[in-house]
Design a protein around this ligand. Structure first.
Ligand SMILES: Nc1ncnc2c1ncn2[C@@H]1O[C@H](COP(=O)(O)OP(=O)(O)OP(=O)(O)O)[C@@H](O)[C@H]1O
Ligand SMILES: [Mg+2]
Length: 251
């Protein structure tokens, strides 16, 4: 049986992915600051909403107000989707607070039923899974792995934490996108562990070409799927992301 695909919501990108992200699996969108990771996840969520598939967006970096404001700029109607329950945003604010002996992270969710609490990755995973089950979400987005990685002390802890987190929120039928911030400097050390853990990796980048900056994306891996290998040009405009799979990059 061929694996089912879930549309990315971006026309040219689905062609590269041979139909879309693999249903029931996790895909990492990795890229430097401002490369379009969040916007790409919004295409995925609103494509689902159009097709009657509910979505959840978890963000520990941005407030719900900022997120919905930016979504609206691209022509989506997040307020209506939030009201109808098609979209759930779980946004939280991480704080480092001193304890008697060291520091600990606490998280404050923008949700009337969730009070400030000690932040641990298993606790967050449990919350997301419960919410996803409650609302029957088919599409789950974790925008920003940064805070999870910050909690891990070393590489094996990162593997356990991120792997455990994905396993906890995946129920086999929901499709998961996670974003991972890569440092802008080419010489900076990036945490590559999430690249190995996720089933698929899509890298977003900016390139200097013919005196201008262009945006590109490249599918680095997609377990169990046939996909295009080459770098593809895309643009961000008033309608969000548009990919140009047939355009060639001038070196
Ligand atoms: N209306 C618009 N038209 C064209 N480009 C836009 C528009 N709005 C935003 N952008 C571009 O999109 C970028 C932001 O995209 P996005 O938030 O998806 O990036 P990101 O990879 O999630 O960044 P971060 O790592 O900071 O979260 C902006 O830096 C800007 O270059
Ligand atoms: Mg972002």
């Amino acid at each position: 049986m061929p694996k089912k695909r879930v549309s990315s919501g971006v026309d040219g990108l689905d062609d590269l992915l041979a139909g879309g992200y693999v249903e029931g699996r996790s895909t990492l969108l990795a890229g430097g600051p401002g490369t379009g990771k969040s916007i790409l996840t919004w295409h995925f969520l609103f494509d689902g909403i159009e097709k009657g598939e509910k979505g959840i967006l978890v963000s520990l970096d941005q407030t719900e107000e900022m997120i919905t404001e930016d979504m609206t700029d691209f022509g989506w109607d997040p307020e209506a989707s939030l009201k109808s329950g098609d979209l759930t945003i779980l946004s939280g604010n991480l704080r480092l607070v001193p304890t008697e002996t060291s520091y600990e992270y606490v998280i404050n969710f923008e949700h009337p039923l969730l009070s400030e609490q000690k932040f641990t990755v298993p606790r967050l995973a449990e919350l997301v899974r419960k919410k996803a089950t409650d609302v029957e979400a088919k599409r789950v987005v974790i925008d920003g792995l940064g805070p999870l990685l910050e909690l891990a002390g070393n590489r094996s802890e990162i593997r356990q934490l991120v792997y455990g987190f994905i396993r906890e929120i995946a129920d086999g039928s929901n499709t998961i996108l996670l974003t991972h911030e890569l440092k802008a400097s080419k010489t900076a050390q990036n945490d590559e562990m999430p690249f190995f853990i996720c089933d698929g990796v899509l890298e977003l980048d900016t390139h200097h070409s013919s005196g201008d900056y262009i945006r590109t994306m490249r599918i680095i891996k997609m377990r169990g799927a046939n996909h295009v290998m080459r770098r593809v040009i895309f643009k961000i405009g008033d309608q969000g992301i548009v990919a140009f799979p047939d355009a060639r990059i001038q070196d």
